[in-house]
Write a new protein. Structure first.
Length: 116
């Protein structure tokens, strides 16, 4: 069992930056990847970025070059640095952790609002 706490959301103007944090606790030894998803009103939840234990990253095309995912393995914290934010980045951002058992855990979500 892994518990997740997200932080760092808020309101920012277009072109601004925010950093999200995802702290995992519990059976963190079983984590194989940590990632961020987002869900805008009326839309499906979509992948934003993922980072594996060995540091391999994957990004949605819509955020490449603007967002950067990183991870502190010692502290079991994943970060999402979001730059050059656009109105279309407005969504609830969720942290997702994939475990070695193939199960996953989700955070409660943090709201990111970008004003144009």
């Amino acid at each position: 069992q892994v518990q997740i706490v997200e932080s760092g959301g808020g309101l920012v103007q277009a072109g601004g930056s925010l950093r999200l944090s995802c702290a995992a606790s519990g059976s963190t030894f079983s984590i194989i990847s940590m990632g961020w998803y987002r869900q805008a009103p009326g839309k499906s939840r979509e992948l934003v970025a993922v980072i594996t234990n060995n540091g391999r990253t994957t990004y949605a095309d819509s955020v490449k070059g603007r967002f950067d995912i990183s991870r502190d393995n010692a502290k079991n914290i994943a970060y999402l640095e979001m730059n050059l934010l656009k109105a279309e980045d407005t969504a609830v951002y969720y942290c997702n952790v994939i475990l070695s058992s193939s199960r996953s855990s989700w955070g409660q979500g943090t709201q990111v609002t970008v004003s144009s």
